[in-house]
Write a protein that binds this ligand. Sequence first.
Ligand code: HEC
Length: 348
Amino acid sequence: MGIRGKFRLLMAGFFLLIVGFSYFLIERSNKQLIELEALRIADIISNQVLADRAIYTGKVVQKLKADGTGSDRHSAKKSGFILLPAQFIRSVADKVNEQNRGLYSYHLRSKWNLNETQGLQDDFDSWAWQGLEAQEKSGQSSSSGWQSIYRFTEVNNQEVLQYYKADTASAQPCVSCHNAYEQNPDVKAMRVAAGVKPGKQWKLNELMGAIRVEIPINTVKAMANDGRNTLVLSLIILFITGFAAMMVVIIKSIINPIESSMEDLTSFSKKIDSVVECSRDLLKTADEQVHIYEGARTNKGKASINELIKMADRSAMSAEESAAHCLELKESFAESSSRFAKIIGLKK
Ligand code: HEC
């Protein structure tokens, strides 16, 4: 392969390496950013839900209790009573899920659900619930410090974050009310039907349920992919332009001079051949002269003197020619060496 081919191959390899590597890095950092951000939003949503319920329970329900009423599961039929905290959360969640057109959704979930729609329903529910239970088994006892359980998965061709945050018996009323419900024959029957051991009794800070948040990440992923494509395309254009400019400089200032120096070398060898030829001629004329001298010594003839003069002329001509070739050779050498000096930057 010629020097041009090698350069082109080297640059193509370099180009592929850089573009491929950039694509990989951008893709990876986009994925990390999107997942981190989705998780952060899920954290924000679940914290907001828990804070809403804490204030609803501690300030609103408590106030009504002091005034003589409170919250009740059947508040609609009872004058002066309002929704239970869990019902309040479900109402807000239903409104949110209906209003925000797929931005996010959340639900309350529990293995010991009192509302039929809030039990463990799909494989994520069972998997994440096991994750929370495992934390409780391994000694998780305070209300803080629970690790959220999550996964990124595909649901109906949509990439989503599925997220579970523990909802624990953070106050005595949670324990008393839910423990009482678990003794109710209807609830016991519901547990048996669901294959769950009936009669569950909680202590403070134990796991009661979970807030399940779901956040689709399709749109933001598509946007990130657009950004990635624009960046990679710009990189490709920049590199092609840069490489083309570099190629031109390399061809003009290195490859072309080297190639013409090669031509110089060929003409050097031709010129050296001519010098050798002239020297041979000189040698031949010198030989002939010796013969004529010898003839002149024996014959003392005039003709030989004339021939001698002719010979001397021919010798002089050959010598002149040889000198001219040598001069040309010297000039070519000077030219080539100045060209080489230019390539390596010795001379301007
Ligand atoms: C006065 C009784 C009462 C109190 C107090 C109470 N709950 Fe509930 N809880 C219920 C009822 C009833 C439901 C079912 C509501 C519905 O139909 O949506 C429920 C629902 C839930 C759910 C959803 C799963 C399910 O059972 O449907 C969770 C989780 C939950 N409660 C946790 C708590 C926590 C934590 C506390 C304390 C901060 C608490 N509850 C306080 C009665 C109570």
